[in-house]
Design a protein around this ligand. Sequence first.
Ligand code: MG
Length: 366
Amino acid sequence: MTIRAIELVRASIDLVTPMRTSYGVNAQRDLLYVHVIGDDAEGWGECVALTHPGYTDEYVDGCEAVIRSQLLPLVGATTTAEQFIESCLGIERNYMAKAAVEMALLDYWLRVEKKSLATFLGATQSRVVAGVSIGIYSDIDELLNVVSGFCAEGYSRVKLKIEPGNDIEPVRAVRKAFGDDLLLQVDANSAYSIEDAQHLAQLDEFNLLLLEQPLAEDDLAGHAELAQRISTPLCLDESIVSLASARNALDMGACSIVNLKAGRVGGFLEAKKIHDLCFERNIPVWCGGMYETGIGRAAALALAALPGFTLPSDLSASKKYFLEDVTTPFELVDGCLDVPNTMGIGVAPNQGTLQRITTRTEEFRL
Ligand code: MG
């Protein structure tokens, strides 16, 4: 039961549809996998950081550099995920980099123990309701077509990305076309300021599940003020980077719903603590997505199966993102995705596909 080597695998995969958000357009997914190789098992972790530091300050090349020079030296032949996270206490932030290494170590050690990540985390659900996150379309007819296609596939909850100039009217059009029964929410990715409170209050008439991250990541006071000025429930995504930030946001009244992504908070161990805090306070939690391939998607599904995840996730079927996923594709069944419940994260990359998309591999012997 010893780790012999760790590989950093860089790869790139085309997205089926370029995704436009308020911070830019992604047509390709740059990937970074952490591959733990042991005597008796292997573990995989996927870094959720994107190509550019537009969503948060982390980006995939930066994560690779941090992992190589700062995090891998902390991993020894018998280091567990818990020990790794403890040894990271002297390294500030770099949540996505830490989370990728943690996921690979969790996958490895859970396989050694023959236990699933879902069981380890305390999952209570075997299926997760799949929602769909739809990028910004300037043409409303095109947007309505896209929404219609996803509804026909069985998605029961739709999230629209919004930005100033592409907000009230697209939401109005979708609500009008698909009726009051469609579960609908919006995500602004920090594109507004508190001066826009009156403008954002126009969303109140559309009976949205939530408005996600309208203001800047560090503007908890602004979110708390906005929560008083609009009736649509506020959800935070980018602002929640740790248990401390979650507690702070809830104490301040900056949100009443939390979007939880393990990669954004430094890993699954921290995500579980945030889940537990929200569960204790009756704050609904749901699982966001970062265009993960099957590796990251499998792990995210294990998290999204915890009891506090009471709102539909942003975890969609593989084919929404990629023509060919790196693992066996996740498919929608009755609007849900199955939670993997075999050993570790429950999936491993298909070697042929991985080889085709890999651009570089670097091995570090322990
Ligand atoms: Mg978001």
